[in-house]
Design a protein around this ligand. Structure first.
Ligand code: UD1
Length: 341
């Protein structure tokens, strides 16, 4: 079916928001997820927003036979592959867990696409491939730096696999989306991020601090060579990010891609510092956070943000949501999860 999409990791943070946008655009979604870092409740949230409950298969993408049954049973033209582990520090401690899971699942997907003649794939890549870039903002041509974590390495390796497969196999077209820092939640507060344990990422740590789950937010470094001394990132609203996947799929279905493998940065194009983000969160939500300055976190780059010209021109996509709306949505979601009025 032309408008069928397989979404691996569709119960997760980015996957659930993308599923909502796909359904809104008239796609029929089949989700495969093993709930390794997600919850079945996100399917209820998707249904509350869209009125549609996507077809769901509980399976691990490393289990090729289980995945094969999904390809046998469902007729989709496109795949969006989100299913992967994403904790940078954990990947350094347990590299094989990351190589096995992130690469095997991706290779299974690509092999089954070849076997079952399903042509289109969007791969979830990351700005982590740029490392500590020499020039900012980074364009898709900015050279990748050697990965500093097994997690980052799996993103680079999967990009390379996709490049090679699309070059060798006429039947496969791929788009890698390099995400910058996805934040926020659906404006209806029906879906959002559900980190397990202590959050690694800034915004969930902020919202949990505001909710009183964490005592104090640590700002990792105020002595960087940046305008205010804290790191700068490109924080992209999760719904804007989700929409980029829909236009990527539409592009491939319409045959508008200019090559069989394309790469797009998905960010706002604007740097925001950690201090600015924290202040912005406090102002948008009219509250005060308990904050302290801590040592730099190993592996953090001082600054990275996207040049989004390529996505703007070729995909006709740009980030639209204002940062304070995103930060209000993040807090509304945390309150809902914690039952805070
Ligand atoms: C990281 C990964 C990225 C991955 C993303 C989502 C790297 C270099 N980055 O992005 O690939 O896609 O997570 O999992 O591999 N901060 C604090 N206090 C906190 C938490 C964070 O000050 O409690 C700061 C960090 O030092 C950083 C900024 O906030 O400067 C953003 O951190 P984070 O949300 O973890 O994202 P990245 O490290 O940019």
């Amino acid at each position: 079916m032309q408008r069928g999409v397989l979404v691996t990791g569709g119960a997760g943070y980015i996957g659930s928001h993308t599923t909502v946008e796909l359904i809104k655009a008239g796609f029929e979604v089949v989700i495969v997820d093993n709930f390794s870092n997600s919850d079945i409740s996100s399917l209820d949230g998707i249904e509350r927003i869209t009125g549609v409950r996507p077809t769901f298969v509980e399976a691990d993408c490393c289990d090729k036979e289980a995945l094969r049954r999904v390809f046998e049973a469902h007729d989709f033209q496109s795949v969006i592959h989100f299913a992967a582990y994403k904790a940078v520090g954990e990947s350094v401690a347990e590299p094989m867990k990351y190589y096995r899971n992130n690469l095997l699942s991706f290779m299974n997907i690509v092999e089954l696409m070849q076997e079952y003649k399903r042509p289109n794939i969007v791969f979830s890549s990351s700005a982590t491939v740029y490392g500590d870039a020499e020039t900012l903002p980074v364009t898709e041509q900015t050279p990748r730096k050697p990965a500093t974590s097994p997690y980052g390495n799996t993103k680079q390796m999967a990009e390379d696999i996709l490049r090679d497969v699309t070059a060798a196999c006429e039947g496969i077209v791929g788009i890698a989306l390099r995400y910058f820092n996805p934040i926020g939640a659906h404006p209806t507060a029906n879906i959002g991020e559900l980190p397990r344990g202590v959050p690694n990422n800034l915004v969930p740590y902020i919202t949990q601090t505001a909710a009183g789950v964490r005592e104090c937010l640590s700002i990792f470094g105020d002595d960087y060579d940046t305008p205010d001394g804290s790191c700068q990132r490109d924080f992209i609203d999760i719904v804007d990010l989700a929409r980029a996947h829909v236009v990527a799929i539409e592009r491939m279905l319409a045959g508008k891609n200019r090559a069989r493998y394309e790469i797009f940065n998905v960010g706002t194009g604007h740097p925001v510092s950690v201090f600015e983000l924290v202040n912005g969160f406090e102002a948008a939500n009219n509250l005060k956070l308990n904050v302290r300055i801590a040592a730099r976190r190993e592996g953090d780059v001082p600054a990275v943000w996207a040049d989004t010209t390529h996505a703007n021109n070729e995909l006709g996509w740009r980030a639209e949501r204002a940062l304070d709306d995103t930060l209000r949505a993040a807090w509304a979601w945390e309150r809902k999860v914690r039952g805070i009025e």
